[in-house]
Design a protein around this ligand. Structure first.
Ligand SMILES: Cc1cc2nc3c(=O)[nH]c(=O)nc-3n(C[C@H](O)[C@H](O)[C@H](O)COP(=O)(O)OP(=O)(O)OC[C@H]3O[C@@H](n4cnc5c(N)ncnc54)[C@H](O)[C@@H]3O)c2cc1C
Ligand code: FES
Length: 272
């Protein structure tokens, strides 16, 4: 079966990660063999088709983690175990896991593609420094899953909140430099709000550490045809969604500065 072939899958389990985020697992041969960082197009009948990272990659199971933000994600969020969704994919390049000293930094549903990556890296006995950030404790997802994955490795988990309700008070990016000063790091993997990833990239550039960042753009076809996900000369669905440092350097005028809405109009990214 090719990944382009649409199929209907039944949700085996639906788990609350927070009041607005749920992880849904299903059986699908292709998705359960996906690379961490790849995504699927999820069809919600009668509503829309939206891109979702593959957040669970297990022997016979795959999963996605959805935050309810608009019509399609809210409808998806409300589907119960036993319900069905349409999927096609996996699409995109995914992260390239290395064996070495790695840093993983994510926030919100940006952690969705980072979790299977963390689990794979932990199995390979990599040394992992993981930073999970959020505005408040209520926004935290995947902390227990991260602890379980990191338990057996030479790892450290740092949590940050802007209001100090969990872990260190401040931004996730504030935790990077103290770690980089303490030990050498071979690569930084990141996914989350684009302004956070832009800051990660700047710090990493100044410190000479390569980055792989998973970017989010409006995606319609998911297979490189429609052009709705363009960033610089790249299509995020086909050439990404994971961009390494040389590619991020090429799109640095756009990365962390603006994105396009569904009609192609430029939307400036802001901290609000
Ligand atoms: C490769 C990829 C992987 C993704 N993985 C996940 C995931 O694992 N979990 C998850 O919850 N979401 C993920 N998303 C985002 C998800 O696809 C969107 O939140 C969803 O399409 C919104 O659809 P909607 O109809 O619910 O909301 P809409 O009504 O379309 O939008 C609701 C609000 O969100 C904003 N918005 C919508 N899409 C984007 C975007 N791409 N960038 C910035 N703002 C946007 C809109 O401007 C609006 O303010 C991913 C997106 C991409 C491109
Ligand atoms: S979503 Fe159509 S080209 Fe990327």
């Amino acid at each position: 079966m090719t990944s382009n072939r649409p199929r209907i899958v039944r949700l085996v389990d639906v788990k609350d990660e927070s009041s607005t985020v749920r992880t849904m697992t299903f059986r699908d041969d292709l998705c359960s063999k996906a690379k961490p960082g790849q995504f699927i197009m999820v069809w919600i009948p009668g509503v829309d088709e939206i891109p979702m990272s593959i957040s669970v990659i297990k022997e016979d199971l795959a999963g996605l983690t959805v935050r309810e933000v608009g019509e399609a994600s809210k409808t998806l969020f409300d589907i119960k175990a036993g319900g069905t969704i349409g999927i096609r994919g996996p699409y995109g390049n995914g992260f390239t896991p290395i064996i070495g000293k790695v840093m993983i930094i994510g926030a919100g549903t940006g952690l969705a593609p980072l979790m299977p990556l963390t689990e794979i890296l932990a199995e390979r006995s990599a040394s992992i420094d993981m930073i999970i950030g959020g505005k408040t404790i209520d926004e935290f997802v995947f902390v227990d899953r991260a602890k379980r994955a990191l338990f057996k490795t030479k790892s450290r988990l740092v949590t940050t909140t802007e209001d100090g309700s969990h872990g260190i008070r401040g931004l996730a990016t504030d935790a990077i430099l103290p770690i980089l000063r303490e030990k050498s790091t071979d690569i930084i993997y990141t996914c989350g709000p684009e302004l956070m990833m832009r800051k990660v990239f700047s710090i990493a550039q100044e410190s000479g550490v390569p980055v792989q960042a998973s970017l989010e753009r409006v995606m319609k076809c998911g297979i490189g045809i429609c052009g709705s996900c363009c960033i610089g000369k790249y299509r995020a669905c086909k050439d990404g969604p994971v961009f390494d440092s040389p590619k991020l350097e090429e799109v640095k005028d756009e990365f962390g500065a603006f994105r396009r809405d569904h009609s192609g109009r430029i939307i400036k990214l802001s901290t609000n």
